[in-house]
Ligand binder design. Structure first.
Ligand code: ADP
Ligand code: MG
Length: 229
């Protein structure tokens, strides 16, 4: 029997429209794209082209207005709110431009937050959070609070928080947008390393030097995919 990797993610004719005071914004328009497990993809395009809308729908934070989203072979286009919460907790890890770390918690406690939502017991949480921070090179910073870490280190804590869940894929929306170029390169190094270990990663970036390091690039314009290379 021939083995063909099934898509992890498949959008078909996906649109997301926002209605504001009598006008309609077509944030995503007729997007069809299929993503296999283990891919590393960069989403590029000008500001307002729909990049965040695409990531938010892939990450179960938002719903399509029309079209279909199949995840792991299941159509989740009409999933209930309850199912979406479950998918957000278990299936996806998110990394954002603004880190969103909790300021009063240590790096390790921040990384444990998603495991608390998953109901993982304390001893296992401690072990997994420590390992995740070691993987991103922060084994020596477990007890540091965010304000005691550099921007690049804070973003690596956020990446550890995304990977600790053992999610099916990681979404990063302009993760280097608040960093200097050398810290940004380190963040992409960490993501590339995670991809080599088999993680599926989708990163939004404005930065051509970052996009050039990623094997597959999706370019958006006015909500449409205008290049997939
Ligand atoms: P990008 O991330 O590429 O800059 P976005 O996906 O954030 O673009 O936005 C795409 C378009 O959708 C923009 O025109 C934006 O103003 C609009 N948009 C995004 N989110 C909302 C929302 N919640 N309500 C109304 N319009 C939105
Ligand atoms: Mg955006």
């Amino acid at each position: 029997k021939r083995m063909v990797a099934q898509p992890l993610i498949a959008l078909s004719h996906a649109s997301r429209h926002f209605h504001l005071g009598g006008i309609t914004v077509q944030a995503l328009e007729d997007v069809s794209v299929s993503i296999k497990p283990g891919e590393f993809i960069a989403v590029t395009g000008p500001s307002g082209s729909g990049k965040s809308t695409l990531l938010n729908t892939l990450g179960f934070l938002d719903r399509l207005s029309s079209g279909h989203y199949r995840f792991g072979g299941n159509d989740v286009s009409h999933a209930t709110d309850h199912d979406l919460v479950h998918l957000r907790r278990h299936a996806v890890g998110f990394v954002f431009q603004q880190f969103y770390l909790l300021p009063r918690l240590s790096a390790q406690d921040n990384v444990e937050v998603p495991l608390i939502y998953q109901g993982i017991p304390r001893t296992e949480r401690h072990e997994r959070s420590r390992q995740a921070l070691e993987r991103v090179g922060l084994g020596q910073r477990l007890k540091h609070q965010p304000n005691e870490l550099s921007g690049g280190e804070q973003q690596r804590v956020a990446i550890a928080r995304a990977v600790v869940k053992d999610a099916s894929f990681i979404l990063a929306d302009e993760p280097t947008g608040n960093l200097d170029s050398s810290s940004g390169r380190e963040i992409v190094d960490v993501l590339a390393e995670l991809n080599r270990e088999g993680r599926t990663i989708i990163i939004v970036t404005h930065d051509a030097t970052i996009a050039d390091r990623v094997p597959r690039r999706l370019r958006l314009l006015d909500g449409r995919v205008v290049a997939d290379e």
